[in-house]
Write a protein that binds this ligand. Structure first.
Ligand code: ATP
Ligand code: MG
Length: 550
């Protein structure tokens, strides 16, 4: 791959170093909220932060932004950790915003004392109506000038759990006429009687994201806090909060924004992905059709292909939609290098080779991976009865059909040239057996003139006596439209035919494969063995070429 120059974030960091920032103090973080599984959008943020860590040899924290117990759970914490490890990244510290609740509470009290925060006792609706609009100023709350002693007293009682949800909130006292709506006295704390997955029932008030995020960066001494573009207007507030608790010691974190990853035919929003799970439209967060890291893993994607995808997409400030075929291209490119070849037939049609007289059959040489000659060959069984793909036979061939048909020769991959001589049908008239003759001297690699004879097509096959049955899951896109959710509800845009399960015949050799092992099934695409303990099962990762291309 072409080497790219520094991205704009790296240029910012280089600039800071030139202006005197101590390189040894660089520190980054990846800050997921544990309210869902990581998706392909997060991959971009993960790769950005961890690659910066590698480039500058600086630590990267994994910080769980766990400030909203309503939606968060330990299950998500565990899944997030597993996914990042699987991608091959190592975080320095495992941090939780909830570990800073006490410190944040202390700072909030300090803000009240400095008259930079006050308790508002209106309903959330009242507060919302006073917020104004981007073109009209907000109005001050009647509690805006509440004296600090009273605010301190109520805030302490909020902390003690003396109030019900919604009775009071703590707000920063900034500017109700700021053109930036986020600066119009944002809420810092709300009362919530909900148990938290880490702090249990210890807390009755929970800090808001904006208040928590920058202060957590400061506590961890994160130098560059990278987030997606929608947080750009939050930067002013991020800075205001850091100023409010000043004087700071050590590093003052700075927020910088990059564009989100959007992928065609895909959603990259946890909330919407959660909806698919709740509505049972998929089989959980790690369904192989889901654009989650765990779904892609089950689908057969490798960490290398995902990381390469992130690198290819790059980092910029421009919003765009990446074509999902780029992701598939990256999977193919890596699997082509690493996946051993095997044969499988998904829609089997039996073929009998009537002039093949070796009772025991024979063992033919089969190259494990032509991209890696060092792996050599293995033996594959050939017998007088085989399965081929039913699409590879046509009794009355249409124009341009060069595969097997009566009188027409075709090469069996790695084996012989055969010719169809007779067709046997069932009572409904469907072909269920094709009688063929083979050219005994045409065996691939045998160095006879016949072995080099060119025929118009090569097809794959498996020996019927050596083959085993396997369940094969073949996927289509999860959404029927390019930008799900743009026009109508995503639920109505789900492709009802995104999963097709078939019973295939695969080489017996594949029974010994391990869960997670990828293969290239000749001519069909890349497949991965699932962890199904009851049956031999494979998921199709991606086809051999881009079938969406016009
Ligand atoms: P979602 O909207 O899916 O819930 P989020 O931004 O709320 O995503 P977080 O868990 O808060 O999810 O995200 C953790 C980090 O991942 C943040 O820094 C966020 O900016 C980044 N991130 C989330 N989605 C994307 C995306 N599509 N592209 C790039 N980065 C993303
Ligand atoms: Mg978020």
């Amino acid at each position: 791959m072409k080497k790219k120059g520094p991205n704009f974030i790296e240029q910012i960091i280089e600039g800071d170093i030139i202006r005197g920032f101590d390189k040894n103090l660089l520190r980054f973080r990846f800050p997921p909220e544990p309210n869902g599984y990581l998706h392909i959008g997060h991959l971009k943020a993960i790769c950005l932060n961890f690659n910066l860590g590698k480039k500058y040899n600086s630590p990267v924290n994994l910080r769980f932004d766990d400030t909203n117990p309503e939606k968060e759970a330990k299950e998500y914490v565990d899944a997030i950790k597993e996914d990042i490890k699987w991608l091959g990244f190592k975080w320095d510290k495992e941090c939780y915003a909830s570990d800073y609740f006490e410190q944040l509470y202390g700072w909030a009290t300090f803000l009240i004392e400095k008259e930079m925060a006050y308790v508002d006792s209106q309903t959330s609706e009242e507060i919302a109506t006073q917020k104004g609009t981007p073109t009209t100023k907000g109005e001050p709350s009647p509690y805006r000038n509440r004296n600090k002693e009273e605010s301190l007293k109520i805030f302490k009682k909020m902390y003690d759990g003396d109030y019900k949800q919604g009775e009071h909130v703590l707000r920063a006292k900034i500017d109700m006429s700021s053109p930036n709506m986020l600066m119009r006295d944002p809420v810092l704390y709300r009362v919530m009687n909900i148990s938290h997955h880490r702090t249990g029932v210890d807390w009755k008030i929970y800090p808001m994201y904006d208040w928590t995020h920058g202060e957590s960066d400061y506590i961890e001494q994160v130098s560059h806090s990278l987030c997606t573009l929608e947080f750009e207007p939050h930067r002013e507030l991020y800075d205001w909060f850091l100023d409010a608790i000043s004087p700071l010691e050590g590093v003052r974190p700075k927020q910088r924004e990059f564009s989100r990853l959007n992928l065609s035919y895909t959603i990259t929003s946890k909330r919407k992905l959660a909806l698919l799970v709740e509505e049972n439209l998929v089989d959980g967060w790690d369904d192989p059709r889901m654009p989650t890291i765990s779904g892609l893993r089950k689908r057969g994607y490798t960490p290398e292909s995902l990381k390469n995808f992130a690198l290819t997409v790059g980092v910029s400030k421009r919003e765009n939609i990446i074509d999902v075929s780029l992701l598939e291209f990256c999977a193919r490119a890596h699997l082509n290098e690493v996946a051993p070849r095997a044969m499988a037939v998904i829609n089997p049609l039996k073929v009998k080779i009537i002039n093949y007289k070796k009772d025991e059959g024979e063992k033919l040489d089969f190259e494990i991976n032509p991209q890696n000659k060092a792996l050599g060959t293995r033996k594959i069984s050939f017998t007088d009865e085989i399965y081929i793909e039913s699409e590879d036979f046509q009794e009355g061939p249409e124009e341009g059909f060069f595969r097997l048909s009566p009188g027409q020769e075709v090469r069996l991959k790695n084996a012989y040239i055969i010719k169809a001589v007779k067709v046997i049908k069932d009572k409904d008239g469907n072909v269920n057996l094709v009688m063929c003759e083979y050219d005994e001297k045409s065996r691939s690699g045998s160095n006879t003139p016949e072995s080099n004879r060119k025929v118009k097509a090569t097809i794959h096959w498996v020996s019927s006596s050596q083959a085993v049955k396997a369940k094969v899951n073949v996927y289509d896109r999860l959404f029927k439209v390019e930008e799900p959710g743009k026009e109508i509800n995503i639920i109505d845009e789900v492709n009802e035919n995104s999963l097709e399960t078939k019973e295939a015949y695969v080489e017996g050799y594949l029974s010994d494969s391990l869960p997670g092992q990828q293969y290239q099934f000749q001519r069909l695409g890349y497949f991965v063995r699932t962890d199904n303990k009851k049956a031999l099962e494979f998921n199709k990762t991606v086809g051999l070429r881009d079938r969406w291309k016009k």
